[in-house]
Design a protein around this ligand. Structure first.
Ligand code: PEP
Length: 248
């Protein structure tokens, strides 16, 4: 039985005050049975980890370096994140693929670094609108996920989470229909099953792209959707919690 996960990607939003207010608000409420994960920007990770210490809400980063230490100005290693109490890291988000030119191979190298440091990588995959219109959604997602599936061993894959995030649905208000999302999730699970059936049964596959309290339940109700990666709505404690409840 897979425990649903609802992760908040704060992107480059927030400050010390907002981090404190949002997390304290979450902590005051009855939390859903689904696992919650918040991914603030690097400067607020330590604050978040301290505020959430002893709670069931996990803390994730939005990226990590390939190397664990060394002369890599501006980079933050997975080991450093683990040192702060961070447990998860988002990798290969479409904004990083687009603005930082992150390739599938770089995402794999970062995934290996995250695993080596004991972090759980949440690897994002998804097609652009142009690719969807050309009928290439499945192909693109399988190519992105395939690099991860071929590059890691069975034990490593056991700790990987995939997030299917159609690029055209991120921050646009356009959401994949539950059926569109389910189709890609089922495809993803079927290729993971080719590596190992049990692995596929246990792997969490999140959906991301304009998930809001009013569409979350129908998405999370699909067989192969194990929760969500939430951008905009994760910046509001009430909305984030409502999405968490929808995952029960
Ligand atoms: C995201 O950035 O991962 C995301 C899904 O954003 P939004 O929910 O705002 O579409």
């Amino acid at each position: 039985m897979r425990q649903k996960l609802v992760a908040g990607n704060w992107k480059m939003h927030g400050n010390l005050q907002m981090t404190q207010d949002l997390l304290k608000k979450l902590l005051k409420k009855q939390l859903p049975a689904a696992q919650l994960l918040v991914c603030p920007p690097f400067p607020y990770l330590q604050q978040a980890a301290q505020l959430l210490q002893g709670s069931t809400i996990a803390v994730g980063a939005q990226d990590c370096a390939v190397a664990q230490e060394g002369a890599f100005t501006g980079d933050v290693s997975a080991l450093m994140l683990a040192d702060l109490g961070v447990t998860h890291v988002l990798l290969g988000h479409s904004e990083r693929r687009q603005y930082q030119q992150e390739s599938n191979e770089l995402v794999l190298a970062k995934t290996q670094a995250a695993l080596a440091a004991g972090l759980i990588p949440v690897v994002c995959v998804g097609e652009t609108l142009q690719q969807r219109d050309a009928g290439l959604s499945g192909e693109v997602v399988l190519e992105q996920a395939g690099v991860i599936l071929r590059g890691l061993n069975r034990d490593q894959l056991d700790r990987v989470i995939f997030a299917y995030e159609p690029v055209w649905a991120i921050g646009t208000g356009l959401t994949a229909s539950p059926e569109q999302a389910q189709e890609i999730h089922a495809l993803l699970r079927s290729v993971v099953a080719k590596v190992d059936k049990k692995l596929a049964e246990n792997m969490l596959l999140l959906y991301g792209g304009s998930v809001k309290p009013d569409n979350a339940a129908s998405l999370f109700g699909m067989t192969d959707i194990d929760g969500g990666l939430i951008g905009g709505a994760s910046l509001d404690a009430d909305q984030f919690l409502a999405i968490g409840y929808a995952a029960e």
